[in-house]
Design a protein around this ligand. Sequence first.
Ligand SMILES: C[S@@+](CC[C@H](N)C(=O)[O-])C[C@H]1O[C@@H](n2cnc3c(N)ncnc32)[C@H](O)[C@@H]1O
Ligand SMILES: O=[N+]([O-])c1ccc2c(c1)CN[C@@H](CO)C2
Length: 266
Amino acid sequence: MNSVQAVAKSYQLFNPKAYLQNNYVPPRADFSSEQSVMCWKLRCLHEACAKGEIKGHTVLDIGSGPTIYQLLSVFENFDEVIMTDFLEVNREELRKWLKNEPDTFDWSPYFKHVCKLEGKGESWQNKEKHFRERVTRVIPSDIHQPCPLGKEFASGSVDCLVSSFCLEACSPDLEAFQKALENIVGLLNPLGHFLWIGALEESYYLAGEAKLTVVPVTEEMVKAALGKAKCVIREFRTYSMTPAMKVGVDDVSGIFFVWAQKRDNK
Ligand SMILES: C[S@@+](CC[C@H](N)C(=O)[O-])C[C@H]1O[C@@H](n2cnc3c(N)ncnc32)[C@H](O)[C@@H]1O
Ligand SMILES: O=[N+]([O-])c1ccc2c(c1)CN[C@@H](CO)C2
């Protein structure tokens, strides 16, 4: 078994509901405090999307997991949203939520917060309804394949890429991290936009029975990786985890937010 296969094996124990409880409820998702890491992430995504440049037909989310927050500011500027993950348990969790089935995660605080950020007076129920309508596919992905979505998706077939906490959490080492970045950027049209959130200097995280190994990356390493992947950085922001945000489910030091654009291949 090679190192990529070992990572895939470790994910067999990944528990979506435990993962959501570890990271997407207070204190990390405390909407009463602007200092919470989730308020920071949603602010970064909102401010980048509010500039009006990030728009087109298809936005693709790589390594969605069981979460949707990463798309709540970007989705309205696109005709279709494609969500993807390596694990069927995560794709099933997303499908159940999209069909409004019982016993799924309550994302309403997130919709309320994004409506507040946008300040358009839109009801959160309306935004939630629109989101459910806009997600057209929930399909498998594997960032370690040259064609992460399989042969159907030719290179340069999407207008915007989103990925949050995936590349560093699924790559055994920096070389695999770099190759995975180039694999997913290959899906992006030239001049397409890339909204990327990730963990800084993290070596592990927990998701129920699963203890996942993370390749620790620094701000400089992420910036260098983007340059090698022929992406121009439009914005790079970081958040340092405060003691209140350190809840014992990982050893993450900080979070990065990148708005990047794929270079034109002319
Ligand atoms: C830390 S979770 C991130 C989930 C979500 N995007 C978020 O922001 O919390 C990492 C995700 O990557 C997925 N994953 C693991 N190996 C992968 C691979 N080879 N290709 C794509 N996704 C993978 C896992 O199933 C998991 O959902
Ligand atoms: O602070 N957070 O909001 C937050 C959310 C998700 C994740 C982290 C931190 C750190 N670990 C990653 C997996 O590598 C997942």
